[in-house]
Design a protein around this ligand. Structure first.
Ligand code: ATP
Ligand code: MG
Length: 656
């Protein structure tokens, strides 16, 4: 029976201010606990009541959960609804003129779209898709830049019951081809070009390349949105159609296709941090409920908020917390095209000031890179509109958390560290900020209704302080329904026999502290075994990042004759990449630092410096590649989602 050891001790804790707590939706721990108890005692009516409260149904459901074919669960399955209706039409009677989207383009140009305008655009484009023969259940791949039309395309698919699969606009032709082929798409929606950090991204040309690779035969039409004046280099008559031509003369109303709760809403491929991406299939009602409910709870959303999530719609965060959750609530949200560092590292802070953003949601990778490029920049802007700050995607190192809290949030805004996955569809473990005190580096407590736990290999709960497998013990509405086309892989990956197929296995390791708080320690696949001690990656990395010289760090294991595994750390400094004697000196200092901060056992045996780390296009560190580098192996894994292949060469060289 093996558990994972926790060596990092973090004792800082930040309760919400009295003022924040008083005004919050879930106000104080008593309110939070009461909801948890309700879920414990009456699990099905807890979710059933939320589904009735938050979703507008065409036909109500009569049964909450069907678990007769577990782990293929069905929720609300005889209910009938439409997601686009829920996100648009239902706001029109009272809020037609409320701003839905504030779009800031790569060059800073701002466009505002009201709910009635968004409704009109979605209807027209939905009618356009219908004219191409797209019908309920057909798959549509969306390979777009982060512009208003990407959201219009997703909502239009939802409106006509088509299943979208968004492929991040930074992916290569090969990655696009794989996803088009796996999904069996009928239509691909793209743009002639995208804009990112002052450069153009050749989306249409890459789409053409994907077709040339073969395997896209299911596709009958490619819709091309004209984002730049450059036109398109190649045009395939009969297949390619301009977006603006497609909507010409289309009606501005489109009756929603009323679908069943369990009809798929979308497929989204995972980031590929740990292996070949999986086509995660989400349902209509369960997904929508997860997005709507978590959105209001984790951000304490109020109708006058200006919300900004910096994710791209190519990731699950962009689905749940841009296209569906906020629009479902009739929120005003900022969306942006480009990168956080263009035209300079103040982009985020300038935008928060300009649009008076009150809720801001970003990723640890962005925070770490902005600390590296200008820790003092936020102070130059008026960020007083902010009241809640969120983070998602990776564990946030406590020191990056503290910077976010103090420098960006002015010590005033709760940090909601939201743990979840493409598979869970919505946030699972995260503070409800008017109740749960936060701790730097902890995603705190599960949302009410989420039965998260940490168990050992036999499925028994582990004691506080011991790490184990993060599981969710009961199905919940927004959980992945299957892996597209591969139900067997679904069952084996997420409901393995080790736990008698009963628990959802997240694939992350975690531990809980004495107050029941969850601390994510890393991926199960990445756990190190040093002299019989099983260590997660997160804590050693956080110890490194706590050193004033270090911007980012990733650790992996490599075989060692005596210890079993040696710790190899890949480090990015805030200054430039050191070499030679200087590198050796810094490496020695960092080793001693780690030994002193968390113990000799975690001290890296080897340190390598790079200007960056290998990351997925969503900014997550790809430790599986680092593991190969550390072992001196050739890289044979799937690298289709790797953002920066050129960085691998730098990291081959040890500093000591
Ligand atoms: P793949 O499953 O293909 O390897 P991935 O797991 O990176 O890719 P996502 O679904 O985008 O794909 O990411 C979910 C994972 O991200 C989680 O399992 C967890 O490891 C990490 N993660 C997300 N949010 C947090 C968070 N707040 N704290 C710690 N880890 C997080
Ligand atoms: Mg994953």
């Amino acid at each position: 029976m093996s558990t994972i050891e926790s060596i990092l001790k973090e004792t800082r804790s930040f309760p919400p201010s009295d003022d924040f707590r008083r005004k919050a939706q879930i106000s104080g721990m008593e309110a939070y606990n009461a909801l948890c108890e309700q879920a414990d005692d009456h699990y099905l009516s807890f979710w059933g009541d939320l589904a009735r409260e938050l979703i507008a149904w065409k036909k109500p459901f009569s049964r909450v959960l069907d678990d007769s074919n577990a782990p293929f669960f069905k929720w609300f399955d005889d209910g009938v609804l439409n997601v686009s209706y829920n996100c648009l039409d239902r706001h029109l009677p009272l809020n037609a003129n409320k701003i839905a989207l504030i779009f800031e383009a790569d060059d800073g140009e701002v466009t505002r779209v009201t709910y009635s305008e968004l409704h009109r655009r979605v209807c027209q484009f939905a009618n356009g898709l219908k004219s191409l023969g797209v019908a309920k259940g057909d798959r549509v791949v969306i390979y777009m830049p982060m512009v208003i039309e990407a959201i219009v395309a997703m909502q239009a698919c939802a409106r006509i019951g088509a299943i979208h699969s968004v492929v991040f606009g930074g992916f290569s032709a090969g990655a696009l081809r794989d996803r088009v082929q796996d999904a069996g798409a009928k239509v691909v929606i793209t743009a002639n070009e995208g804009l990112r950090g002052g450069k153009t991204v050749a989306l249409k040309a890459t789409t053409d390349e994907a077709f040339e690779l073969g395997g896209c035969e299911s596709v009958s039409s490619v819709v091309v949105y004209q984002r730049t004046n450059n036109g398109a280099s190649k045009w395939t008559e009969g297949r390619d159609v301009w977006w603006h031509k497609l909507i010409e003369g289309q009606a501005e109303e489109c009756e929603p296709e009323w679908v069943n709760a369990e009809d798929p809403l979308f497929i989204l491929y995972t980031s590929g941090s740990t292996g070949k991406p999986k086509g995660i299939q989400h349902s209509t009602a369960g997904f929508l409920l997860g997005a709507l409910n978590s959105f209001r709870w984790i951000f304490d959303y109020k109708p006058n908020d200006v919300y900004w999530c910096t994710a791209d719609v190519g990731w699950i965060t962009g689905h749940s917390y841009i296209t569906y959750g906020p629009l479902g609530h009739g929120a005003t949200q900022v969306i942006f095209e480009g990168v956080p560092t263009y035209p300079d590292a103040s982009r985020f802070w300038r935008m928060i000031e300009k649009h008076k953003v009150s809720i801001f949601y970003t990723a640890p990778t962005a925070i770490r890179s902005l600390i590296k490029l200008g820790a003092d920049l936020p102070a130059k802007y008026d960020l007083s509109s902010l009241r809640v700050l969120g983070t998602v995607g990776e564990p946030i190192n406590p020191e990056a958390w503290m910077w976010y809290y103090e420098v960006v949030g002015g010590g005033r805004c709760p940090i909601v560290d939201t743990w979840w996955q493409t598979e869970t569809g919505s946030a699972m473990i995260a503070p409800t900020p008017g109740a749960v005190p936060t701790k730097p580096g902890s995603c705190t407590l599960p949302l009410p209704g989420i039965m998260a736990d940490i168990v050992d290999e036999s499925g028994a709960p582990v004691e506080p302080g011991k790490g184990g497998f993060l599981v969710i013990k009961k199905p919940f509405p927004s959980l992945v329904r299957t892996i597209w086309g591969d139900p067997d892989r679904f069952r084996k990956t997420y409901f393995p026999d080790e736990f008698e197929g009963k628990y959802y296995l997240a694939g992350d390791s975690a531990h809980r502290d004495e107050s029941g708080y969850f601390w994510i320690m890393g991926r199960i696949d990445d756990v190190l075994n040093v002299s019989g001690h099983r260590l997660g990656t997160m804590e050693i990395e956080s110890a490194l990042v706590a050193n004033p010289l270090v911007a980012e760090a990733a650790v992996v294991g490599k075989p060692h004759d005596i210890k079993g595994e040696a710790v190899v750390a890949f480090v990015v400094l805030k200054g430039s990449r050191p070499s030679g004697d200087e590198a050796r000196k810094v490496a020695d200092n960092l080793k001693q630092w780690v030994a002193h901060e968390i113990g000799k056992i975690a001290q890296p045996d080897e340190i390598r410096f790079g200007e960056n780390l290998p990351k997925t296009r969503s900014g997550k560190i790809m430790r599986r590649l680092l593991r190969s580098l550390a072992r001196g192996e050739e890289i044979v894994q799937d690298v289709s989602t790797l953002e920066n292949p050129q960085i691998l060469a730098q990291l081959q060289e040890a500093a000591n």
